[in-house]
Write a protein of this length. Structure first.
Length: 580
């Protein structure tokens, strides 16, 4: 589910009709050719993006149906995009992708849950995101990463962001629960965001454990007690801004964040810091070396699979033991000029996408599965010429989203455990999603609002300011199994599959808070059951989280910002929790 200037990629999808050829879009490459919320605003004109073809075109499995131009969406000051898919993240990695939905807002300012982080000077040209802001030249240092106990990520004794300036959980100085109606949930707590520069700052990741709700923002990582919002530990301070984070925690509750090695335009995202989610204790620290020429750490991608942390550079990757920081192996150029450009991890699987023979008539992508512990290739499938592996909707089972910029076409393909073609989505529908963005490299695990289990993919249909549907799509044949309509006049998107049910989020409106609902996966009746009704009095705030992330855990609903706008005119919220 892979925008216009100053936006991350957004997507609308449908499914190509007809029967796919055996092997789908994969097989040997062909021979070389001969020879937000507030006052309504009018959305800006939509721009083409890599995952939102503006014209239908033939794909590897047929010709997709015509897709309308995407509607305008917006968080304050920017246009918005449709809601985003991404598995059960951050509540659990069953779909192999980060999660937390947002929703469409038509011509009005709508939930920033729908938007990926906006960068001050990004330009999307032909599906490629180019950074127009300064430097970051590769100095070719080639220093070997060395793991060791960190001395530069100090735990701070300063107070964490809190309830509108209050100092502890349970305070409600803004009286957000005042006037709460019968049947509406409570605002358990809410936290203001730390000050950020005017250009904004990243706030990646949200990790919910039994004892802490953990959030990274700008130069700090915060932890709150889930029920009260009091400080669980920290915050932990970093010397420079955080630029990446693992979407999942390891089996024993460890995460890794990456932060910049300086504050200049030449700074690199090459400092790794492990943290224990239970205590906030700093573990190992390592500096990621640049690769060869043009293979830099200006931007990195962090994936977790079992005990393996994979750090993806622009043309290679280095794997670490997430528990000890020991370097395990490198994935570098191989074969006919194939460069690993992206990785995705989850539930013991590690997927690699490589760009091969770039700039030649044989240019193509290859997708492989690696043994997370050793880096050994388990299987590899070449992708047909002209097609690009843009995202993974799920790692286990493996579901990939492909685009063809020349043909203005897209495709959703699923694989078996051993890497064989399984099916492609054949549902003639326009789906809504948001899959994040990458400045210097593709980010396979950026999608939210999609969920998957062993046999089914759950995708939300796209609407503008009205009820939509979630479609359950069989991974065996790519056809729709059943549909469920949003119970309100606002769109609904999947969060995760949990306990034999699909958990979904219904977005807030002007006069109602959002809802958390469940849908049974089996039986003849697939109807929504309300689990939580957020209060109407907080719908305005719920609707303004910038590039937001959501989760449902232990009967509580969490929303947090995925990016800080740096707007000094209003105090941003970093995180909110709702419960009965």
């Amino acid at each position: 589910m892979t925008q216009p200037p100053d936006q991350p990629p957004h997507d609308g999808y449908g499914a190509p009709p007809g029967t796919p050829p055996q092997g789908g879009g994969f097989g040997p490459p062909p021979p070389p050719a001969q020879g937000g919320f507030g006052a309504p605003q009018a959305p800006p004109p939509p721009q083409p993006g890599p995952g939102y073809p503006q014209q239908p075109g033939p794909g590897p499995y047929g010709t997709p149906p015509p897709l309308p131009q995407p509607p305008g969406y917006g968080y304050p000051g920017y246009p918005q995009q449709p809601p985003y898919p991404g598995g059960p993240y951050p509540g659990g990695p069953s779909a192999g992708g980060p999660g937390g939905p947002g929703g469409p807002g038509g011509g009005r300012k709508k939930t920033a849950l729908i938007v990926g982080a906006a960068v001050a000077a990004l330009l999307v040209i032909g599906g490629t995101v180019l950074a127009l802001t300064g430097g970051g030249d590769d100095d070719g240092g080639g220093k070997k990463p060395v793991a060791g106990r960190s001395d530069d990520a100090k735990q701070s004794s300063s107070a964490s962001p809190n309830a509108s300036g209050g100092s502890g959980g349970g305070e409600d100085p803004e009286n957000l629960n005042e006037g709460r109606k019968s049947g509406e949930a409570k605002v358990l707590w809410y936290k203001s965001a730390p000050d950020a520069p005017g250009s904004g700052a990243d706030a990646p990741g949200m990790w919910i454990t039994g004892k802490a709700a953990v959030k990274a923002a700008y130069k700090q990582v915060f932890a709150y007690e889930p029920a009260s919002g009091g400080a669980a530990w920290g915050p932990v301070d970093f010397p420079q801004k955080i630029c990446a984070a693992t979407p999942y925690q390891s089996a024993d509750g460890k995460i890794v964040v990456a932060y910049m090695d300086g504050a200049t335009s030449r700074a690199k995202c090459n400092q790794l810091q492990q943290l224990d989610l239970a205590t906030g204790t700093k573990g190992w620290h390592a500096e990621v070396a640049d690769g060869e020429l043009f293979d830099s750490t200006l931007d990195v991608e962090l994936s977790v699979s079992g005990r393996t942390l994979m750090v993806g550079r622009s043309q290679s990757g280095t794997a670490y033991d997430i528990e000890t920081g020991k370097e395990l192996y490198d994935k570098k150029k191989y074969g006919a000029a194939c460069f690993p450009t992206a990785f995705a991890g989850g539930t013991g699987r590690l997927v690699q996408v490589a760009s091969c023979a770039a700039g030649t008539a044989k240019e193509h992508d290859e997708i492989s599965e690696l043994d997370p512990a050793t880096g050994k290739v388990r299987w590899t499938d070449p992708v047909k010429k002209g097609w690009r592996v843009a995202r993974t909707y799920s790692v286990d089972p493996l579901v990939v989203y492909l685009t063809n910029q020349d043909k203005k076409a897209w495709n959703i393909t699923t694989f078996t455990k051993d890497g064989n073609f399984r099916s492609e989505v054949k549902v003639d529908e326009k789906f809504a999603s948001s899959c994040g963005w990458a400045v210097l490299q593709r980010a396979l695990q950026g999608c939210q609002g999609v969920a998957a289990d062993a046999d089914t993919l759950y995708l939300p249909t796209s609407t503008v300011g009205s009820a939509n549907e979630i479609v359950a799509i069989s991974l065996s044949d790519g056809k729709a199994k059943w549909r469920v309509k949003s119970p309100a006049a606002e769109p609904m998107v999947p969060i995760k599959v949990q306990g034999g049910k699909l958990i979904a989020y219904v977005q807030p409106s002007y006069d109602a808070g959002g809802q958390v609902v469940s849908v049974p996966l089996t039986g003849s009746s697939h109807t929504t059951t309300k689990l939580l009704q957020n209060p109407q009095g907080t719908a305005r705030i719920e609707n303004t989280f910038y590039s937001g992330q959501v989760d449902w855990a232990d009967g509580r609903f969490y929303i947090s910002a995925g990016r800080l706008s740096g707007n000094d005119d209003s105090k941003e919220k970093l995180m909110m929790a709702f419960g009965n």
